[in-house]
Ligand binder design. Structure first.
Ligand SMILES: *Cc1c(COP(=O)(O)O)cnc(C)c1O
Length: 426
């Protein structure tokens, strides 16, 4: 009889840790059975999943390719160089850094590279659709820097570049962020660039939400307008959780130094490999079609929602994202989101511009089509989703749990026809 001592390192997860294995399995089922409309989420490919779960996680690689502080980088250098080359090619940029751990640290690196504490940053305010890291008060970026924020028009729900210009002229920010988390319309990078030039500010395009649309030609690119570009890799770009910073040559060195050694230690090499895989996928014809389909689906869903009396901020969408103001439906965003989740439709409650309710109990919900488009849903399916949403919101108002469960059963039945990569686990 062989006496096993210590851990069996060759054991599969299901044997080594049945509790976690069971939870991962359950999360896979949840992702399979629901209609996932959170606009910052997606389903990555089997190839991206595989690259993420590899021995590359074992390696320390502080520094950059060919300039490392640890030995044994023969292979990792090639992995990172591939990721960088693919990012440069895909987005048409002079420089790319694929090491930021996620979108927020990537943005912090931009501050470290180009700002001193107390300098002025300008970004879209969070409740209007910006991101925490664009200078919002509770974020380090709003505490350590002087922050001025712009809004969207009360009537239009869109950024008013005249207002942006006015604030920029008065406040003279050193850094201007464009982009955000709840912007249903195209971003006029050229317009922002003019303003930045006029006030001698550095323009940063944060394309976290729309990177996949840009790569696929479904949204204009900031390249040539914003010298520094920040993006996550896990939203429309459909890669692993991670981020990239891209720039022209002039801003390359300060950015690299800010990421390492300024903010981070060793890069997550398994993530770098998975980013490389996602970038390869994003350079295909299929991905271009995917990006176009995301927008087609969002427009179809917007139309179907409007037909059912939903009030969309800015009246619709140009991209992957829809912001719904539920005020006219007489229900808050949070109770609606909870009812919808029970009905199998996953989304998030969100502030709407000029919200009269509290941030933790706001008036809106935010939805998007990147994940359902990955599963193969088309505009033809969007009327059905809008119908379920309408029913669920009304059922939620009446606290009709039975109706919500009935919708969830229909949704489960519907999603069976649309497999997801990685589940059931192979
Ligand atoms: C998601 C997002 C981020 C932050 O990304 P994390 O990976 O969640 O830190 C930054 N900026 C914008 C515009 C985003 O949408």
């Amino acid at each position: 009889m062989t006496q096993r001592t210590g851990l069996d390192l060759a054991a599969r997860l299901a044997d080594a840790d049945p509790e976690i294995a069971r939870l991962i399995e359950a999360e896979g089922r949840r992702q399979f059975e629901k209609i996932r409309l959170i606009p910052s989420e997606n389903y990555v490919s089997q190839a991206v999943l595989e690259a993420t779960g590899t021995v590359l996680t074992n390696k320390y690689s502080e520094g950059y390719a060919r300039k490392r502080y640890y030995e044994g980088q023969q292979i990792i250098d090639e992995v990172e160089e591939l990721a960088v080359a693919r990012a440069k090619e895909l987005f048409g940029v002079e420089h790319a850094n694929v090491q930021p751990y996620s979108g927020s640290p990537a943005n912090l690196a931009i501050y470290l590279a180009f700002m001193q504490p107390g300098d002025t940053v300008m970004g879209m305010s969070l409740p209007m659709g910006g991101h925490l890291t664009h200078g919002w008060s509770v974020s380090a970026t709003g505490k350590w820097f002087r922050s001025v924020q712009y809004s969207v028009g009360r009537e239009t729900g869109r950024v008013d570049l005249d207002e942006v210009r006015e604030i920029a002229r008065a406040e003279r920010p050193k850094l201007i962020f464009c982009g955000g988390t709840a912007i249903p319309r195209l971003i006029d990078f050229e317009g922002y660039a003019e303003i930045a030039r006029e006030v001698d500010a550095l323009l940063v395009a944060d394309i976290a939400h729309i990177a996949g649309l840009i790569a696929g030609g479904a949204h204009p690119s900031p390249v040539g307008h914003a010298p520094v570009i920040s993006t996550t890799t896990h939203k429309t770009l459909r890669g692993p959780r991670g981020a990239m910073l891209m720039s022209d040559q002039e801003h390359a060195k300060p950015l690299d130094r800010a990421v390492f050694p300024g903010l981070q230690g060793g890069p997550h090499n398994h993530t770098t490999a998975a980013i490389a895989v996602a970038l390869k996928e994003a350079a295909t014809q299929e991905f271009t079609a995917y990006a176009g389909q995301i927008v087609e689906n969002a427009k179809a869903l917007a139309t179907a929602l409007i037909e059912r009396g939903f009030d969309l901020v800015s009246g619709g969408t140009d991209n992957h994202l829809i912001l719904v103001d539920l005020t006219n439906k007489d229900v808050g965003g949070k109770p609606a989101a909870k009812a919808l989740d029970r009905a199998g439709i996953e989304l998030n409650y969100n502030t709407v511009p000029y919200d009269t309710r509290k941030p933790f109990d706001p008036s809106g919900i935010r939805i998007g089509t990147p994940a359902v488009t990955t599963r193969g849903l088309t505009p033809a399916h969007m009327a059905q989703i809008a119908a379920w949403m309408d029913e669920a919101v009304e059922a939620g108002k009446k606290d009709d749990g039975e109706a919500l469960d009935r919708i969830a059963a229909d949704v489960r039945d519907f999603t069976k026809a649309f497999p997801i990569p990685g589940w059931p686990a192979s």
